[in-house]
Design a protein around this ligand. Structure first.
Ligand SMILES: Cc1cc2nc3c(=O)[nH]c(=O)nc-3n(C[C@H](O)[C@H](O)[C@H](O)COP(=O)(O)O)c2cc1C
Length: 206
């Protein structure tokens, strides 16, 4: 046994398994072994026939199977994952289970995470300080470049940050062109950020 929390992540079943008994059996085994939480990606995985990427989209989502699991294991922490696109969707899941995990949405549209504290922790925070974030990321990129890395290694993970705001397209274009050039410095990130328009309709879209 270890002192750190142990969590397990699984699907509702694999291949020809029937998710009703298969997920129950796996869950019982996981908690009998002393795990602290089970996170369920709410679709099957087809180990025979689908690639890992296809397995994230093609098998249909079955959130109700996970909700039923929580009813049966009401004393255990059950979290849900798979296809959750927004804070609002996560909130709906929390009416049924103990946690909601965002994967691709957190990566492709990380700006939505700025709303987490207000939505889940009741923190009436100031509007998220994107300028401070860009400064921090520019400093980080500078250190990365000093150590022999390239700006694009950092900025390629930031292209979705302003999704939905006016100017986001220009921001994305700069990151996918100028920022990838050899010798590009952190100032390119600041130039790209300057293209994003906040306020007015932009604030509503955020
Ligand atoms: C590039 C990529 C790599 C992933 N690698 C793992 C992994 O190593 N272990 C894991 O449990 N899930 C992995 N996942 C799956 C995610 O954790 C998540 O279960 C899946 O993307 C479904 O959630 P989503 O629809 O919110 O993205 C990966 C997903 C992506 C897109």
């Amino acid at each position: 046994a270890v002192k750190i929390p142990v969590t397990v992540k699984c699907r509702i079943g694999v291949d020809e398994q029937d998710p009703e008994p298969a997920l129950d059996a796996l869950t019982d085994g996981v908690f009998d072994a002393g795990a602290d939480a089970l996170w369920v990606h709410a679709r099957k995985a087809w180990l025979e026939g689908l690639s890992p990427k296809e397995n994230r989209d093609i098998p249909p989502l079955d959130y109700n199977r996970v909700y039923r699991l929580k009813v049966r294991k009401h004393n255990e922490f059950i979290g849900i994952n798979g296809g959750i696109q927004s804070i609002e969707e996560a909130q709906k899941h929390l009416g049924h289970v103990d946690g909601a995990m965002l994967g691709r949405a957190a990566y492709h549209t990380p700006g939505i995470l700025a709303g987490v504290d207000a939505a889940f922790y009741g923190v009436q925070s100031e509007p998220f300080d994107f300028a401070a974030l860009i400064d921090a990321m520019a400093d980080y990129a500078a250190r990365h470049i000093e150590q022999g890395g390239r700006l694009g290694h950092v900025t390629r993970h930031m292209v979705g940050l302003f999704h939905g705001l006016p100017g986001a397209r220009r921001y994305r274009q700069i990151l996918s062109t100028d920022a990838t050039k050899p010798g590009a410095g952190p100032d390119v990130l600041k130039t790209a950020y300057a293209a994003v328009e906040f306020g007015g309709a932009a604030a509503e879209a955020a």
